[in-house]
Write a protein that binds this ligand. Structure first.
Ligand code: TRP
Ligand code: ZN
Length: 867
């Protein structure tokens, strides 16, 4: 165990900073092995007259320290732990600090580090303190001027935030650039890049006619893979003008692609830094899903320019203020760019499968957490995805017009400030005139609310009444939670048709505020089937599922995309859970109707008829008791084989009819056709071993990664060992020069559902393609194995758990953020019968490591804590 338990930080302890920084001058002198960072900070006292100056700093070699030009004597300051304390300082002064750091030795990928050939930074959340001493908290906003000096040959490109003020050639083959960002910003938005980068340039004219230079910087070999990101950026800029009235505020916007990156991308002011996997795109290196991800992430980071940068967070407990809102914004953007119904179904699937599980496990926390040990552990599905659902509920409750007035008020009222989640809700209240006191509980209460519904029809009165009960289950540190305000969008299906509930609207939004409440509908001509939670209007579980007859009615006759899809998925889940020996003819007919529907697009057909994932089934099972993942796996496969056989001619037709003609395009119609064709092939292969040859043909004939991977996955999972090995060798030889494709090659093998996959992954960890220091490689091999391979990960002898634990132990000191994240499949040990001992043992082994990082300490200790 580590020495001295790390400190917990509480939201209730928030205090305004004692000192503010108005202006920052930074100078970086980059030399291999040693980078000198000089800073000049203009500080101003805000707190008590006798308060000492305390600055954050980690791993810095302090060279000099002066106040208003006077060097400080040794007794005037102290360097403790992760702080620099200067005992007595004036009320306003200039602090000069000089430190030396070693980016080359920085494996945490936080602060200034080296990724392959380039120097880059990652400062969110608390990485700036690894660069220099500073009040590294988001409520200290300063104007930055940054000088970068480096070798001209090694680092011809020198970038930082804002505008380029000057460049100069220096002696000894060195050069210098000075950048100035006029917008005050917190330190977490600072960025610097120095390296040998190729430029892809375009421009954008804003709504008011200003021209903005758009620059994407990548390694020379990747210069041809930037078109999609560039187009996505321009679409995002237009969309934010049209939908939120927000125009870009500088003359330059940069994106830099780096290969070693802990997350997807980072919204540093005017200098976004991206994981290569989230920006580069081409048909041979990117799947259809990958294209959509690039579009969404480019948009997400761009939208942060307002929701995050112009208005930032007061403290890290408010993280969802920027992340939840920005995820909502990027989801609406993607819905407008592509298919709204499909986007919603994809997001809900993700939320219900992964966020619900998080909210039911040991890491459960409110959208606005009350405490943390390490903030990096709180970049969670709850803060991002549930946070976005909370914003979406405001949109639903207030209506689009009032919501947008609220957003506009929020942006203007808090421009240039560090705000709170409460400020956001207050702006929504002020714009709409509504009291949102009860709604605020969504930010406070962890756990997924459960609702139970019962309907009663009075044929004499032609009245239907719907009683809804809500329950908010206890979670760590929270019991007896009061009821939430839950918007429940409903429709009524009468005789198979949606009943108009108002002028040309078949949906009504009920506002559930009590624990138990009854809503009545008049003029209902016959007993309806209620269509609940349309569009997934709230992140809740509906506990009492309708029966098969009702679900079939909804699947066939509902006019809400989400409910139609959800009813089909529930029917399929119930079928798997029942372990029935045959499939009802009615359900088969309904599936045929989906396949033959002239109105439903192919992507939606594929989503509707794909079996619920093992993870989703596990989440459902966890409500009833311990989860038996092997049983789920086999029951699901049996239903797949039954559906494959029963609908064999239909799958064959879907496979044959959905051949895409013409060149590859990552666009709606084609994406849908490929998704449906691949699903059909998946069924064909599980019904008939011969069909694997079709998969092999799909792989070998493919002119794009989506087809190639779909074919490959089926051959790897279902083919003979010889077929598998031939294909994998071919794949490797053809794409070994493409790093991102090799990540897929690793995942393909890591997710093969067979027990001996544990040993295969062990071997792959030693393969030259793998790299212990690269987060994408760790995620593609070990992350994919632990999260996407139930059979091997949950092997009865515990070898899968050991493999994960051992990998985490190996990397945890070098890259604590990634280690803590990768640990998450083990933290759910309480859900599984075999988890009680084997998974727990591995967690305890990690808890007992020497020099355990703060990140991993927090995750293991929360997960092992008694409930
Ligand atoms: N703010 C980033 C986003 O848009 C998240 C992020 C990027 C991040 N890199 C990080 C968070 C490193 C913590 C650590 O979502
Ligand atoms: Zn974000």
């Amino acid at each position: 165990m580590r020495d001295g338990a790390p400190q917990t930080i509480y939201r209730k302890d928030y205090q305004v900073p004692d000192f503010l920084v108005d202006d920052v001058h930074l100078s970086f002198d980059i030399h291999p092995g040693q980078t000198r960072v000089k800073s000049r900070l203009q500080l101003r006292r805000q707190g008590a007259a006798d308060a000492a100056l305390k600055l954050d700093g980690i791993g810095l070699e302090l060279e000099s320290l002066a106040i208003d030009g006077e060097p400080l004597t040794d007794d005037a300051f102290q360097v403790v732990d992760e702080q620099l304390i200067v005992f007595k300082v004036p009320d306003t002064f200039e602090l000069s600090v000089e430190v030396v750091i070693q980016p080359e030795a920085n494996t945490s990928l936080e602060g200034l580090y080296k990724s392959r050939t380039m120097y880059c930074t990652q400062c969110e959340a608390e990485g700036f303190r690894k660069i220099t001493y500073f009040p590294d908290r988001p409520d200290v906003l300063a104007v930055y001027t940054v000088e970068v000096i480096a070798d001209q040959q090694q680092c011809p490109v020198l970038l930082s935030n804002g505008n380029l003020l000057e460049t100069k050639t220096l002696a000894d083959g060195r050069h210098r650039a000075v950048w100035h960002d006029p917008y005050p910003k917190p330190s977490y938005l600072f960025a610097l890049v120095a390296g040998d980068l190729a430029l892809v340039e375009d421009s954008y004219t804003t709504v008011s006619g200003r021209e903005v230079a758009l620059r994407i910087w990548v390694e020379e070999k990747d210069r041809h893979y930037c078109d999609h990101a560039m187009a996505s950026l321009k679409h995002s800029m237009r969309w934010d003008e049209e939908v939120y009235g927000l125009e870009y505020d500088l003359d330059l916007f940069n994106i830099v692609a780096v290969d070693d990156f802990n997350m997807g991308a980072m919204e540093n002011k005017s200098l976004n830094i991206f994981n290569t996997s989230c920006v580069l795109a081409a048909p041979d290196i990117t799947t259809d899903m990958g294209y959509q991800r690039v579009e969404a992430i480019v948009a997400h980071e761009y939208f942060h320019n307002y929701s995050g940068n112009r208005v930032t967070c007061r403290d890290w407990f408010q993280l969802s203020l920027k992340e939840g809102f920005t995820v909502f914004r990027d989801a609406e953007f993607s819905a407008d760019m592509n298919s709204r119904g499909v986007k919603r179904v994809e997001d809900v699937t993700f939320l219900r499968t992964h966020q619900f599980a998080e909210d039911a496990g040991p890491m459960a926390h409110p959208v606005r957490p009350d405490s943390f040990i390490e903030i990096s552990n709180f970049y969670t599905l709850t803060v991002y995805e549930k946070g976005a659902e909370v914003v979406r509920m405001l949109h639903t409750l207030l209506g689009a017009d009032a919501f947008h007035q609220g957003a506009t008020l929020y942006f203007s009222r808090h421009d240039g400030q560090a705000a709170t989640c409460d400020d956001f809700v207050t702006a929504m209240e002020d714009a709409s005139g509504r009291d949102l006191t009860q709604f605020r509980r969504w930010y406070e209460q962890a756990g997924t609310p459960r609702i139970t519904v019962s309907g009663k029809y009075d044929s004499e009165q032609q009245r239907y009444s719907l009683s809804i009960h809500q329950e908010n289950p206890d979670s760590a540190g929270q019991t007896n939670k009061p009821p939430l305000l839950i918007p429940i969008a409903v429709g009524l299906i009468v005789d198979g048709q949606p009943l108009p509930l108002s002028e040309d609207n078949s949906t009504q939004v009920l506002e559930l505020t009590e624990r138990e409440q009854t809503f009545t509908f008049d003029n209902v001509p016959a007993e309806p089937v209620p269509s609940l939670l349309r569009g997934f209007s709230a992140p809740v579980r509906v506990m009492n599922e309708p029966g098969e007859t009702e679900l079939l009615t909804l699947m066939r006759g509902d006019d809400d995309d989400f409910v139609r899809w959800d009813s089909a998925q529930t029917l399929l889940a119930q079928l798997i859970e029942s372990e029935a020996a045959s499939i009802d003819e009615d359900l088969l007919d309904a599936c045929r109707a989906v396949l033959n529907s002239p109105d439903m697009d192919a992507a939606m057909k594929a989503h509707t008829l794909r079996l619920p994932s093992e993870d989703y089934l596990a989440d459902r099972a966890a409500l009833k008791g311990l989860v038996d993942v092997h049983r789920i796996h086999h029951a699901r496969n049996r239903v797949k084989a039954m559906l494959a056989a029963a609908l064999a001619p239909e799958w064959k037709a879907a496979f044959d009819d959905n051949v895409v003609n013409g060149p590859y395009q990552p666009k709606g119609a084609q994406i849908g056709q490929r998704a449906l064709r691949h699903l059909a092939l998946d069924y064909l292969c599980s019904g008939d071993a011969e069909a694997v040859s079709l998969a092999s043909k799909l792989y070998f004939d493919a002119d794009n990664l989506t087809d190639r991977l779909s074919g490959a996955r089926l051959v790897v999972n279902l083919g003979t060992q010889a077929e598998r090995e031939t294909l994998l060798a071919h794949f490797h030889d053809q794409w070994s020069s493409q790093n991102l494709v090799m990540n897929q090659w690793l995942s393909l093998q890591a997710t093969r559902p067979a027990e001996d996959c544990v040993e295969a992954v062990r071997v792959l960890r030693e393969h030259p393609v793998f790299d212990w220091r690269n987060p994408n490689k760790l995620r593609s091999l070990i992350g994919a194995f632990a999260a996407g391979n139930t059979i091997a990960f949950h092997r009865a002898d515990g070898a899968g758990y050991a493999l994960l634990a051992e990998t985490v132990a190996h990397i945890q000191a070098d890259n604590p953020q990634i280690a803590a994240r990768m640990l998450s499949p083990l933290t759910r040990w309480r859900r599984y019968a075999q988890g009680q001992k084997l998974m727990r043992n591995e967690l305890e082994r990690i808890a007992n490591l020497d020099n355990l990082s703060r990140d991993v300490f927090e995750v293991v200790s929360r997960s092992l804590a008694e409930v």
